[in-house]
Design a protein around this ligand. Sequence first.
Ligand code: NAD
Length: 491
Amino acid sequence: MGSQDYAFETAEGVKNWIGGAWVDAHSGRTLEVINPRHGKVMTTVADSGAEDVAAAVAAAQEAFPAWKATPIKERAAVLYRVRELMLAQMDELAKTVSHENGKTLAEAAAEVAKGIECVEFGCSLPNLSQGGVTYVSRGVTCEIHHEPMGVCAGVVPFNFPFMVPLWMLPQALVSGNTFVLKPSEKTPISGRHLANLFREAGLPDGVLNLVNGGKEAVEALTDHPDVRAQAFVGSTRVAKLVYGRGAQTGRRMLCLGGAKNHLIVVPDADVEMTAHDVVRSFTGCAGQRCMAASAMIAVGDVDTIIEQIVDKASQLTVGEDMGSIIDAGSVERITRYITQAEEQGAKVLLDGRGASVEGADGYWMAPTVLEVDTTMPAYTDEIFGPVLSIVRVKTLDEALRIENAHEYANGGSIYTTSGATARYASQRINAGMTGVNIGVPVPREPYSFGGWEHSKFGHGDITGEDGYNFWTRRRKITTKWALQPDETWMS
Ligand code: NAD
């Protein structure tokens, strides 16, 4: 998005979408939503509490029997229409995402396109969702049916306000559940857009509900006894809290958390491709991606690659090639990590502190490249900004030992031109999503997205086939109609 596109716009206040009506929070409370490019209030969002959550869950509960009884092909047909509407409104959707989140228009368009891919996977479920039947014993069959769970819930972060809800909704809705979504209070406009798209596509009232707000709304949703399955995407600190809280109610939980994705670069790596990918990975969405490469392990002499990384990153123009940071607190946090690392002896190869954009008084950071050691918080913690922390080691095994010891294990990649090195490293990197010469190793549907260790709490992954398994439960039916002539006591 060019600087000419930074015009500040206000938006209508965002309410809750409950049972097919836009309603204020019961308490009347709202939160301010700050436009990250301009640092000014652009709208407000309902600040919900337990009563709002109860109303949304009740609406979802009421809508469940009829939606469950609707044939899967008809449920998927709604998604087909959603997809058509999304394609027709692509520009407007990208603008909404870019405006409220601060990412560039190109990044926002890519997010919308990726969201549409998630919808397409949901459209395919009538073809993928067959159960199975086996003749297991004399006259006896076992069959398996996937059934919806009932009322399901999702809590999502600010950084992909359009796409992350679509990691959940297609599989959950097509498989016959009803849903309560809690968008991020920092980026609630995309959630409103999504609800309107589903309504326009013919989704019956109450099947999808939106409860806006922050911690209080999440806690009420996570405690509600009628929610049967819940997914969460956000920071590890909150993922862990929400996971524990939800599990106590007995519901199924899947909570994705933060990350520190490592790129291991060995001397035979392709210089141009590696430098290009590393820069795109750590600066894309201004580093506010759970799959951003925020740590690079430089094995041996890869100085030419590091020089090119610094050179390429220094040529990026903040406000043109890179979007803004979500809020003032985040700029402060990112700056603090850089300053602390510098004080602890890190080399600052490129310094992005204090960046600004003319005509846009919001929150900005330019790319930063640090050479750190593994004890520094700039290495151990998720900074969630455009900062690359480089650690130097002598051997690939040392690189793998360091990577393996990190608490996060979302993504990790090896950069090499050797097949043997690629195979060796890709089988040993400790990350749910591993790449070979890929800066952002996100699997595409039907493969499922999800990390390991403290990057995810719960079993299974969130997108693709695992999403379908998460939002359904399996009924096993064992049948016999008559005694068989050859029956024994074993039958
Ligand atoms: P966050 O954890 O602050 O917020 C996520 C959601 O939790 C929001 O809806 C928020 O309202 C709610 N929330 C915040 N504090 C809460 C609390 N104390 N109790 C209950 N609910 C609370 O995350 P964020 O800042 O919106 O997003 C950035 C984080 O999300 C990063 O850590 C990033 O790595 C992570 N993320 C992970 C993935 C993944 O797939 N693993 C994807 C996207 C983002």
